[in-house]
Design a protein around this ligand. Structure first.
Ligand code: SF4
Length: 365
């Protein structure tokens, strides 16, 4: 049984905003999928555009007046019912992007729009972000340990003014949708296993029918067998509810299972974006190849593997060329001075590498 439709339809009012977003806000018919401007270096959503991130940068201040640019000029889109996987090592900016999308980071530059409504987020919090939800690595992040599950699940609905009788029904449907039952509603979070708690967190995140769901390392703390249960629940519910999902993980195999497209991040920048099949079967960027080479479950010829050596740039330094240059076995002189453009390839993938040609041919193999 799925979580049923719950709330009054959201306002789809169009607000006047300048430039690009204004042009995207004038669809001729209500359900017609919108196409982004092909001239922009962004991903292509599969269906109706639900989330659009344009030229997002996020900075943090360090003591002594230094700054860390955690996210640097990142643009992408997510369609309704689509899952984008953000992958990269620690410090790559993937969690910061998720938090920025939910309005949880200060000092954001760029623009984030949700569905047909849009909001320039530079210096202010979007009014739409409350309609979006997050699933954390630790489910205690969203479950109050002193509240019974019934109350935790009901809370987002109470906040939206849903009638009590409807809340009672919806809470039961929500718990059943993740493979538990109504008897579990009167228990406390500590009475569940880690996998069950994470499934309850997913039910809670989806009960209010968010437009955008951000799952940040949502299964990283779970055993592999439990990961599969949680990922299956999540995939089914996300598709049932047509939620645009950003799934953040350092684990490429998890991304391979759940995502439609993959964005590979390094030093706050997009290195490669591709449909999940392309990213795993024929990655173009040397960093994506290196991540794939480290997967024990994926067969890669020894001669085709890239082993990462060297260190990434220090977080507070400004890199003028390719940020991967200090670890890339194929580095050119040009790589150290010129930041590679994020090229759109014929199959709609995007790659930022001087050694990848416009037709997608990798010129280092
Ligand atoms: S631009 Fe140069 S340094 Fe960067 S990944 Fe490509 S070949 Fe390597």
């Amino acid at each position: 049984m799925g979580i049923r439709p719950l709330l009054p339809q959201r306002s789809r009012s169009r607000r006047r905003v300048p430039g690009l977003v204004a042009s995207l806000q004038s669809p001729p018919t209500p359900h017609r999928p919108r196409r982004p401007d092909p001239g922009l270096t962004r991903s292509q959503p599969h269906g109706e555009l639900q989330l659009e991130v344009t030229k997002l940068s996020v900075e943090f201040d360090l003591p002594g007046g230094k700054k860390v640019v955690a996210v640097d000029d990142v643009s992408f889109t997510v369609g309704r019912g689509q899952t984008i996987g953000l992958v990269g090592e620690s410090g790559s900016g993937k969690s910061t992007i998720g938090r920025a999308v939910l309005g949880m980071t200060p000092k954001v530059i760029g623009e984030i729009s949700y569905g047909r409504d849009s909001e320039a987020v530079s210096g202010s919090r979007s009014k739409d972000v409350g309609e979006n939800q997050m699933v954390f690595q630790d489910p205690y992040g969203s479950l109050n340990p002193r509240w019974k599950i019934r109350r935790s699940l009901a809370e987002p609905l109470v906040a939206r003014g849903v009638a009590r009788a409807q809340i009672r029904e919806m809470v039961v449907e929500a718990i059943e949708s993740v493979g538990l039952n109504a008897d579990h509603l009167d228990r406390l979070p500590h009475e569940f296993s880690g996998g069950q708690r994470q499934r309850i967190s997913i039910a809670r995140a989806l009960i209010a029918r968010p437009r955008v769901l951000v799952a940040d390392e949502a299964v990283s703390a779970l055993d592999v067998s439990v990961q599969a249960q949680v990922l299956n629940s999540m995939k089914r519910l996300q598709r049932d509810h047509d939620v645009a999902t950003i799934f953040i993980s350092h684990d490429l195999s998890v991304i391979q299972f759940i995502a439609d497209r993959v964005i590979v991040l390094y030093f706050g920048q997009i290195m490669e974006e591709a449909p999940v099949k392309v990213a795993f079967e024929a990655p173009r960027h040397p960093y994506t190849v290196a991540l794939k080479s480290a997967l024990p479950s994926v067969h890669v010829q020894e001669t085709e593997k890239i082993r990462l050596t060297g260190e990434p740039p220090l977080q507070h330094t400004r890199v003028t060329g390719c940020p991967f240059a200090s670890r890339c076995p194929f580095v050119l002189d040009q790589c150290r001075t010129d930041r590679p453009e994020l090229k759109i390839l014929p199959d709609s993938s995007r790659v930022a590498c001087h050694r990848v040609a416009a037709d997608g041919t990798a010129m280092y193999a």
